[in-house]
Design a protein around this ligand. Structure first.
Ligand code: 13P
Length: 255
């Protein structure tokens, strides 16, 4: 039977903001304000912002030591004739410590399959960076009772060999909860996260210590409840990470 218990190790939470295709230079002041807020309150969590690639270098310089900076996607190759693409090496060179791979918007908009996601995670690991690998079911899959099957299939396909708690974070983002204001119940999140914990415990060397994030309409108003769920080790935040006050309201759950 699936072991539904919480991981035994102490896991330092991660609150990561995914700016998606938002952010011009003037938005740097929001990142700066997040960094100031983090410095002031010293939350018991790592804090990351994943701006568009155009802002990775400047944001990394502006917030050095206070925030981790991440990319939102990468090519599998280190360099080459791939117009418009960006490699993990380039994002690392610009100051990123992590890269999101397999976000549902990439899977839907760019036809990325789990095997593509795994190859991208390999590229991230090759650079000594952390891969934030996203999984999540659609509304239709949930309605059909397929949630755990879909998550298992995505995990099996998207996690490459060599995944460890140090080089990988899993983000559970139900597609129907992204940008909709809808969230699963705490009980539903607990079930899926327990399932993911069981999966990484069985299929990686140190899955007990791996960070499992919840994402999808996380706001200051619901963050405390969602972050208190067993096996939830932080959040991947979209819309509410664009404004420093909103994002700090989530981060401060860990103060
Ligand atoms: P929202 O927080 O805007 O729902 O987005 C979640 C998300 O997709 C983060 O990667």
């Amino acid at each position: 039977m699936q072991n539904l218990g919480e991981a035994m190790t102490d896991i330092r939470p991660l609150v990561a903001g995914n700016w998606k295709m938002n952010g011009l230079k003037e938005a740097l002041r929001e990142a700066w304000a997040v960094a100031e807020g983090v410095a002031a309150k010293a939350p018991n969590a790592d804090v990351m912002l994943c701006p568009p690639a155009t802002m990775v270098a400047v944001m990394a310089e502006a917030t050095a030591e206070r925030l981790m900076i991440g990319g939102q996607d990468c090519h599998v190759a280190a360099s080459g004739a791939h117009t418009g693409d960006i490699s993990a090496e380039m994002l690392g060179d610009a100051g990123a410590a992590a890269i999101i791979v397999g976000h549902s918007e990439r899977r839907a908009d760019h036809g990325e399959r789990s095997q593509d996601v795994a190859a991208k995670a390999v590229a991230v690991h090759r650079c000594g960076m952390t891969a934030i690998i996203c999984v999540g079911e659609t509304a239709g899959e949930r309605a059909a009772g397929l949630t755990l099957k879909v998550i298992e299939r995505q995990l099996a396909g998207s996690l490459p060999d060599g995944v460890t708690a140090a080089n990988t974070v899993i983000a559970y983002e139900p597609v129907w909860a992204i940008g909709t204001g809808l969230t699963p119940t705490a009980g539903d999140v607990a079930n899926v996260h327990a399932f993911i914990r069981g999966y990484v415990r069985s299929n990686t060397t140190d899955g007990d210590g791996m960070r499992l994030l919840y994402g999808g309409s996380v706001k200051a108003a619901n963050a405390a409840e969602l972050m208190a769920v067993a096996n939830v080790n932080g959040a991947l935040v979209g819309g509410a990470s664009l404004k420093a006050d909103d994002f700090l309201g989530i981060i401060n759950v860990y103060v």
